[in-house]
Structures are given as C-alpha cells and as structure tokens.
Design a protein around this ligand. Structure first.
Ligand code: ADP
Ligand code: MG
Length: 278
C-alpha cells in the first residue's frame, strides 16, 4: 500500500465570535483530502474571499487546530508531534503567504532571513556551504545573489521580496509547500515568473504544493487538480482542465467567467487580452 504524505480527515473549523456571543462561523466543513507520498502533485484550492482558504492553510501549518477531525502528516496526527518529529514537520512543511512583507523584519537584511533557517535546521556544514545553498536557492527563483544579498526589505521590489520567500522555502527542501495567494500582491508582470519557480520546485524537487488562489487563470497554468471552496464547503473537484472547461457548479461557472481571456490554449506569458464583447 502506498503511503500518504498528507491526509485530512473530516476537518471542520468553527470560529466563535467573542465569549458571550452565540454566533459562530463555520470556516471549513468536514473537509477531507489525501495526497500520496510517492506521486507529488500541485493542488489548487480556489474560492472567493471568505471561503475558508486561509483557514485551511493555517490548519495545515498547525497554527490553528481543527474543531473536529484530524490532520495526518506522514502517518502522524500533527497535534501530537513533539521534539524531533515536530522540528521535522516544521522543516518539511513550508509556506509562502500573500504579503511578501509579512515574514521580513525591516531591520534585518535578506542574508539574515536566509541564514536563520540554515542555522536553525542545521542545513549547512560550513559558512561556505551556507553561502552556496543561499546562492543556489536565489538562482533558482531567478534572482542574482549579488542583487539582493545585503539589502534591507524596503530596498527590494515586491516581486523580489516574494521570490526571496520562495527561495527561503526552497532552501529547506520541503516536501509540502502551502502557497496562500502568493502572487495576488505582486505586479502582473512578475506573476508568471514566481509561479514558474513554484512549478520548478515541484518538477525538480518533487515538492507537493497546495496552491491557494481566488484566480482560476493562474490555477489553470499552475496545477494538476483543483478543489473549489464555497463558504467552507467543497462544491467541485477534479482535474483542473475538466473543471475549468466544464464547470458543473454555478459558483465555479462564476469563477470561470471571471477568467480574463477566452482562449485557454493561450501560452502562459502571452499578454492578456480583454474578453471580446458578446
Ligand atoms: P479566505 O482565505 O478564503 O478568504 P478565511 O479562511 O480567511 O477565508 O475565512 C473563512 C471565514 O472564517 C470567513 O468568514 C472569515 O471571516 C472567518 N474567519 C477567519 N479567521 C477568523 C478568526 N480568527 N476569527 C473569526 N472568524 C474568522
Ligand atoms: Mg485568505
């Protein structure tokens, strides 16, 4: 029997609003998912704002706990991880968030951001080795180390910051990467570039990626499979091609209709054309 990298079993997350209030938000409803260990893929989780996407990311990273259900990573419930296993989980499961500023401390240079995980997870044998690993990670996201090392966050463009985030995740050679709207705050011209570095991470290092987005255009180019969330419920799932070409649920159709070009065969990177008036 092949093993699972990740297994989400009937996970629900309910947020209570204040101590005295009886109102509650069900952000995720009995959600289940399995991702096999030996066949890494890219899964898109799509849905409009408020559909529960970030809740799912936070649950997977262990930042919040499920109200009911379990998240199993390589055979173990992540709630019960301790010591070495927990450290390993934190190394193998990485995230890239929407706001490329969020993980930067304004007082530290890019070098610092990259050397902290190298030290913490003991990734390098020497200073030279650490530098080589940093260079390799930066090169693979299309950044030249000499352009960014030694700089402070405010001295970089948004696209550079986000690529450094991807490079940081790459440094750790994660098995699972959770990318929560990684390009929504980045200029359109740089989006393809960043998404391509995610794809390369998958192709070259076998990283399983959960790509979270409200934008089905990028989903089409990035992922193999897709699930569509609507108010915490999965309304549709399947391979990305058939879901986008032949959406079954009204809500998915709405998302598909907001794709800005009519021709899905267009090559990635071609300029976007406005939809022809009908
Ligand atoms: P998305 O990322 O798809 O925009 P979220 O997971 O952030 O969706 O939110 C899902 C729902 O849960 C929304 O209705 C949101 O208002 C609510 N929510 C998210 N985080 C909290 C929280 N910490 N406390 C209370 N409600 C929350
Ligand atoms: Mg979100």
């Amino acid at each position: 029997m092949s093993k699972n990298l990740l297994e989400i079993r009937n996970v629900s997350k309910v947020y209570q609003r204040g101590l005295l209030s009886t109102k509650a938000t069900i952000a995720l409803k009995e959600y289940s998912l399995t991702m096999p260990e030996d066949d890494p893929s890219i899964l898109t989780v799509a849905g409009e704002s408020g559909s529960g996407k970030t809740t799912l990311a936070m649950l997977l990273l262990g930042f919040i706990t499920p109200t009911t259900g379990q998240i199993i990573y390589r055979g173990k419930d992540i709630r019960g991880l301790e010591g070495k296993e927990k450290l390993n989980y934190r190394k193998e499961v990485q995230a890239v968030f929407q706001d490329p500023f969020a993980v930067f401390n304004p007082f530290y240079t890019v070098d610092h951001l990259l050397t902290v995980p190298i030290k913490h997870f003991k990734l390098a044998k020497s200073g030279r080795d650490a530098r080589d690993k940093m260079d390799e990670a930066l090169n693979s996201v299309g950044l030249r180390p000499e352009d960014v090392l030694g700089r402070f966050p405010h001295q970089l463009s948004g696209g550079q910051r986000q690529r450094i985030n991807v490079a940081r995740a790459l440094l750790l050679k994660p098995r699972l990467l959770i990318a929560d709207e990684p390009v929504s705050m980045v200029d359109a011209s740089l989006r393809a570039n960043i998404l391509e570095s995610l794809r390369n991470l998958h192709r070259d290092h076998g990283v399983t990626i959960i790509y979270i987005t409200h934008d089905l255009t990028t989903a089409y180019h990035v992922s193999d499979n897709i699930i569509v969330l609507y108010k915490g419920d999965v309304v549709e799932k399947g391979d990305v091609e058939s879901v986008i070409r032949n959406p079954q649920h009204a809500y998915t159709r709405l998302l598909v209709d907001s794709i800005p070009w009519p021709d899905l065969n267009k090559k990635w990177g071609d300029p976007l054309k406005p939809r022809e008036p009908v």
